[in-house]
Design a protein around this ligand. Structure first.
Ligand code: ARG
Ligand code: ZN
Length: 507
């Protein structure tokens, strides 16, 4: 699902045999007379920041992930886990396909079939070379950050055809890093794994079209050594089952979900599932049993606010968008939290501000995702602004005071140089994206007025729910609701490399 995928041309191509990959960003062209109408699905969806993230030529409906994982255990065992997976992927071809790609990093494929027909493992062919029969090949170029599993199904696939791909894969899990060097993906911990995959780290643990423009539903069956708890997105459709020293945990995520918001964290968790939000959203938390007493106290107090936060954000942003909520708090070494859908993950402890931030992401980022990674301010600006609102609600600083405190101090030119509307792939999580992003929303609120501001926020979530939108789409909604021309406003706040004026009134 997530049919708003746009193909953008002009994608940089790494120094690899292109034919082995399928052209990044290539748009399917109908064959010339005499040529095959079956073409290769592109090896990226055309995101300028991550040209090889996601894939073209099909639309994933559902991922069923059957995972078996053995954590490393205590020192002096090497810090690696043993992982075996079977991914069953339901997709619909959107063009006549000779080949298509999945993203998969750091794992070996043992077997692969399409609609029940096994494909043979072959070496990546040279550009333009033919390959006989049903086959797959896997290009993994860590230096170029290109990880592409190409599938050549036989018979070929027709546009509109329903397809089931089964990939048996696995290997030794490590501690992958994103483009800026932060840990992400399946991050092996001594006691399990903390799984946080923004922006394109899901490919470190399952074969995927790893971009938010292709959302899908998920189900999980995760088998771990008895005593370990595996927690993924959504709800538990049935209780865990234990046999022969292994426990299998079942999770279902029936809402449309972006790949980077998928988790399947494993650890020594205390699972708590006894409560709901005011509007009846079931809340399931998993808290590491090894948190220090101080961190456990902070975590418990902060998670205790989740019910009120959901109630408060529903009153401002509209109904909570998913079937469940809750948190995973891991005693780990990753160092940041992630708003994984229905179940954010926190590192070492959950604090009130971060819990508010990740809760707000369920509307801003998760229900509506950034169509391009350059639109990240729509995630982080909103989640930050929501905590300003939460603080005001709790009788602390008003949003206006927080804005004034952001505005007042002199800042370096480097701070203003970052264009939050296009921060670059190394700038996704810089403080400006968060704070100037939140200030942008406050300035917008002052400009259009409270009524239009919240009406447009709700319309944004409603109209782009289960999908993704750009900054331009966002501006269009605010123009529609306010009747104002907001070109200047968004130019100044998202792109101008200087401090915006203290007050703003669109004429
Ligand atoms: N989206 C996460 C949050 O705001 C932050 C992710 C940070 N990731 C990173 N690689 N630094 O909660
Ligand atoms: Zn955030």
């Amino acid at each position: 699902m997530g049919s708003r995928t746009r193909l953008v041309g002009g994608i940089a191509v790494a120094t690899l045999a292109l034919g082995a990959l399928g052209a990044a960003g290539a748009v399917a062209a109908p064959g010339k007379p005499g040529e095959s109408r079956y073409t290769s699905g592109s090896s990226g969806v055309g995101d300028a920041y991550f040209p090889y993230a996601g894939n073209g030529g099909y639309d994933v409906q559902h991922y069923d992930l059957d995972l078996t994982y053995t954590p490393p255990g205590p020192d002096p065992a090497p810090l690696v886990g043993e992982f075996e997976g079977v991914a069953t992927i339901d997709l619909v071809a959107t063009q006549d396909l000779d080949r298509f790609n999945l993203d998969l990093r750091g794992m070996d494929v043992h077997a692969l079939s399409v609609n029940g027909k096994p494909a043979a493992s072959v070496a990546p062919p040279l550009a333009g070379a033919e390959v006989d029969g049903a086959a797959y090949w896997h290009v993994q170029d860590d230096a170029a950050r290109v990880w592409e599993l190409t599938v050549q199904p036989r018979p070929k696939l027709k546009a509109g055809q329903q397809v089931q791909v089964v990939v048996e894969y696995g290997g030794t899990t490590t501690r992958p890093r994103d483009i800026e060097g932060a840990l992400y993906g399946w991050v092996t911990q001594r006691d399990g794994a903390m799984v946080v995959s923004e922006p394109e780290g899901s490919m470190t643990w399952y074969p995927v079209s790893d971009h938010q423009t292709d959302k899908a539903t998920y189900s999980f069956e995760i088998t771990v050594p008895e005593g370990k708890v595996a927690v993924a997105n959504g709800i538990q459709p049935k209780p865990e089952e234990t046999a022969d020293g292994w426990t299998t945990w079942y999770w279902d995520a029936p809402d449309q979900q972006a790949s980077y918001l998928t988790t399947a964290s494993v650890g020594d968790f205390d699972l708590r599932d006894a409560y709901t939000s005011g509007s009846g959203v079931p809340i399931i938390d998993a808290v590491d049993t090894k948190l220090t007493a101080t961190r456990l106290a902070t975590t418990n107090a902060s998670l205790g606010w989740q019910v009120d936060m959901i109630d408060f954000f529903e009153s401002k942003f509209g109904p909570y968008p998913f079937v469940a909520y809750g948190s995973i708090v891991d005693n780990d070494s990753v160092g940041y939290a992630l708003e994984t859908q229905t179940r954010p993950v926190y590192s070492t402890q959950a604090s009130e501000g971060t819990v508010a931030h990740e809760a707000a992401h369920q509307w801003f980022g998760n229900a509506v995702s950034p169509e391009r990674w350059q639109d990240i301010w729509l995630n982080e600006g909103w989640a930050t602004y929501a905590t300003w609102m939460w603080n005001e609600e709790q009788g602390r600083n008003t949003a206006q005071t927080t804005y004034d405190n952001w505005y007042a101090p002199a800042r370096t030119q480097a701070y203003w140089d970052l264009q939050i509307g296009d921060p670059g792939e190394l700038g996704l999580f810089l403080t400006q994206v968060y704070n100037r992003g939140a200030a942008t929303l406050h300035a917008l609120r002052l400009d259009v007025g409270d009524d239009a501001f919240f009406e447009a926020a709700q319309l944004w979530v409603e109209r782009y729910d289960d999908s993704a939108g750009t900054s331009e789409d966002f501006q269009a909604i605010y123009e529609e609701v306010s009747g104002e021309d907001l070109d200047d406003f968004f130019q100044v706040w998202l792109y101008d490399q200087q401090k915006p004026p203290a007050t703003w009134t669109t004429p």
